[in-house]
Design a protein. Structure first.
Length: 73
């Protein structure tokens, strides 16, 4: 398993235990497991093609208010 022996795995586990503490380890494990399940589920679900949206025509300018002078060119 990745070339790690029992000693190396125990050392890694000890460091993780020191960093996060005994109370946080179950929460970290649950979060990691849930993330792996969600990732596996996302890969197994068939992907639906995205709905194509028709491009909207550019908005025309509103008519000038009554009594306004035409723009000078």
């Amino acid at each position: 398993m990745f070339g790690l022996g029992i000693g190396e795995l125990l050392l890694i586990l000890a460091v993780v235990l020191l960093l996060f503490g005994g109370k946080k380890l179950p929460q970290l494990g649950a979060g990691l497991g849930q993330g792996m399940r969600n990732l596996r589920k996302a890969f197994q679900e068939p992907q639906e093609p995205e709905a194509k949206q028709e491009p909207k025509p550019p908005a025309s300018q509103p008519p000038p208010p009554p009594g306004a002078s035409p723009p000078s060119a």
